[in-house]
Design a protein around this ligand. Structure first.
Ligand code: PHE
Length: 444
């Protein structure tokens, strides 16, 4: 080890720094791309309902657990488990997280590359005229299905991420995001209003908001749980890393809840854009990973100055994705720097190169991407989160964790309930969903 401090980033006052970094990690393609298509595949509003329950009852408690581990140890995920349970094998959970982060980065950067492609199209004026659904499908094919193009776009996005992580300019990006993300939010609100007032939008609104409880099955639970962990960047240690940004005098609970609320609001807004637009155009909500990319372009033509709207939207989405890929790469790089003694520069380039190689199959095949997203985005994060709960609840211990969460004079009125959730409710609920999935063989 080259020392526990070597991967810490300076540059901001801690509470603001934490909220910016954590919200930057959480808000990204998970909200705008993955949430709507997963909801679409799992019956719409029934999924949304279970998703909200998962966020409030399981994911926010896990967020507290990860932040507590991070603030108490100020280390990368592997080092953090080693510090809290020396001599045990719990560090393997941190290792699983690092591996998961690597694999997520590999498919995430493919989708981020598509976003870059759309930004290019927007700048070239492709959204100046209103597009039909069919034209939009053809446009997606020119990006996603064009062989070398998506590979190059993926590489470009990974390069961008590596330059940020290597240069240690994340603080600058996050400061910029502080101004840009509220603009993104306003843009999404404007798009949602336009989408919901399209002719034929009503059906889309009810698909997204009026739950049909008969659609709830094991797959819906698994999909919602996995998506909730994915969207909040939980289960792989990103929030362990970012917990170290919270100074000892900062109040964690409020900051953590604001990150979760911001993240969930953006996801719901994205749904309120996608489904009304999609149903108005007669598209299929279970289309999978291409859903959002095919649906969104048709709404720009119906907005005033639609092509400027498109440029602003894709620029902001690229930045939102970048603050997420930075957090993924950062976790993996920190592991190599802190635990393996690599130089930051070397770690950044080697990890990025490895990621690019793993990304190529996803860039070439939507099916491969879908599988990567399910295995690592759903299952690995969910299992990781379960192990983190077991660790905090039974090994590190609820009293020590509660003390950490309440540090800095924070009020933590639900401490007792939180203890029961991390010891019992979350691990049992997650295990039950996993067993049910295995028993029914319904893995998607
Ligand atoms: N939460 C990010 C998003 O929704 C993705 C991510 C997952 C980032 C896991 C870090 C860790 O876009």
């Amino acid at each position: 080890m080259t020392g526990q401090q070597s991967c810490e980033r300076g540059g901001f006052g801690s509470r603001v720094g934490f909220v910016l970094a954590a919200a930057g990690s959480a808000i990204g393609l998970g909200n705008v791309w993955r949430f709507p298509y997963t909801a679409g595949q799992h019956g719409g509003a029934a999924f949304v309902l279970i998703y909200l329950v998962c966020v409030a009852a399981i994911c926010v408690p896990v967020l507290f657990a990860e932040l507590a581990i991070g603030r108490a140890t100020r280390r990368n995920p592997v080092g953090a488990f080693k510090a809290l349970a020396p001599g045990s094998r719990w560090f393997v959970v941190g290792g699983l997280g690092v591996l998961t982060g690597f694999a997520i980065l590999a498919f995430y950067s493919v989708v981020a590359g598509w976003t870059l492609g759309y930004l290019g199209k927007a700048l070239l004026g492709a959204f100046a005229e209103p597009l039909t659904h069919e034209q939009s499908v053809a446009m997606f094919e020119q990006i996603e299905g064009a062989g070398i193009v998506p590979v190059l776009l993926t590489g470009a996005f990974l390069l961008l991420t590596a330059l940020v992580v290597r240069g240690g300019v994340e603080a600058g990006i996050e400061r910029a995001a502080k101004i840009l993300m509220p603009i993104f939010f306003l843009l999404l609100v404007a798009m949602a209003i336009r989408a919901m007032t399209l002719e034929g939008a009503g059906e889309g609104i009810s698909f997204f908001l009026k739950p049909d409880l008969s659609k709830i099955d094991g797959g819906v639970f698994m999909g919602a749980l996995g998506q909730a962990f994915f969207s909040l960047s939980l289960g792989m240690g990103a929030m362990i890393t970012y917990g170290s940004y919270l100074g000892a005098n900062e109040r964690m609970p409020g900051a953590a809840v604001s990150v979760a609320v911001a993240d969930t609001t953006i996801a719901v807004l994205a749904g309120l854009i996608i489904f009304p637009t999609l149903f108005a155009a007669g598209g299929d909500p279970s289309a999978g990973p291409g859903l959002v990319f095919v649906t969104l372009p048709t709404v720009f033509g119906k907005l005033p100055a639609g092509f400027l709207f498109a440029i602003a939207f894709y620029s902001l989405l690229v930045i939102a994705a970048l603050t997420s890929t930075v957090s993924l790469l950062e976790v993996v790089v920190c592991y190599f720097v802190d635990e393996r003694g690599w130089k930051r520069e070397r770690a950044t380039w080697l990890v990025t190169l490895g990621c690019f190689l793993l990304a190529i199959p996803s860039a070439l095949s939507g099916t491969f991407l879908d599988w990567q997203s399910i295995i690592f985005g759903n299952y690995a994060l969910t299992i990781g989160a379960m192990l983190i709960c077991l660790f905090v609840g039974w090994v590190w211990g609820v009293p020590a964790a509660v003390e950490e969460i309440g540090r800095g004079g924070a009020v933590f009125p639900l401490a007792a309930a939180w203890g029961v959730i991390v010891r019992w409710v979350a691990p049992v609920a997650i295990a039950a969903v996993l067993i049910y999935i295995v028993a029914t063989g319904n893995y998607m």
